[in-house]
Design a protein around this ligand. Structure first.
Ligand code: HEC
Length: 117
C-alpha cells in the first residue's frame, strides 16, 4: 500500500518542477539575474553597496539603459574612459567583473531593473 503512494507523490513533485521551469521561458527577469549573478556579493541585496562595491541606487542619474547594458559586458573598458568611474574604481581592491557570459537580452533586462532602483 505504501509503494503506490510513494510513486504518486514522486509524480506530483515532478509535475511541480516542470511547471516551474516552463515559466522561465518568459522575458528575462532583471531581479532574478541580479541574484543569480551574485551581484549582491559586492553591491549588497538592498543595493546599498559594501566594502567590495559601490551603492547601485539612483543609477539613472548617470546611465541610460543601453550604456548600462554595454557596461555589464565589459566594465573595465568603460571605467578606463570615465573619470567618475575611474575615481570609484580606486576605492575598491577588486575590479567589477565582466558579465559577458550573460546574453545581451539578459544584460538589457538587468539594466532595466537596476534603473528602477
Ligand atoms: C567583485 C565585486 C563585484 C561584483 C560581483 C559586481 N560588481 Fe559591480 N562594481 C564593483 C566595483 C568595484 C565597481 C566600481 C567600478 C570598478 O571598479 O570597476 C562596480 C561598479 C558597478 C556599477 C557602476 C556604479 C556607478 O556608480 O555608476 C554598476 C551599475 C554595477 N557595478 C553593477 C553590477 C551588477 C549588475 C553586477 C552583477 C551582474 C555587479 N555589479 C557585480 C564590484 C562588483
Amino acid at each position: 500500500m505504501l509503494k503506490p503512494l510513494l510513486i504518486l507523490s514522486a509524480l506530483v513533485a515532478c509535475a511541480c518542477v516542470s511547471a516551474k521551469s516552463s515559466s522561465t521561458n518568459s522575458a528575462p527577469n532583471g531581479g532574478a539575474i541580479f541574484r543569480a549573478s551574485r551581484c549582491a556579493d559586492c553591491h549588497a541585496t538592498d543595493l546599498t553597496g559594501s566594502k567590495a562595491g559601490p551603492s547601485l541606487e539612483g543609477l539613472s542619474a548617470n546611465w541610460t539603459r543601453s550604456e548600462l547594458t554595454e557596461f555589464l559586458a565589459d566594465p573595465a573598458a568603460v571605467v578606463s574612459k570615465d573619470a567618475r568611474l575611474g575615481a570609484l574604481n580606486m576605492q575598491y581592491s577588486q575590479d567589477m567583473p565582466a558579465y559577458d557570459d550573460l546574453s545581451s537580452k539578459q544584460r538589457d533586462a538587468l539594466a532595466g531593473w537596476l534603473l528602477t532602483k
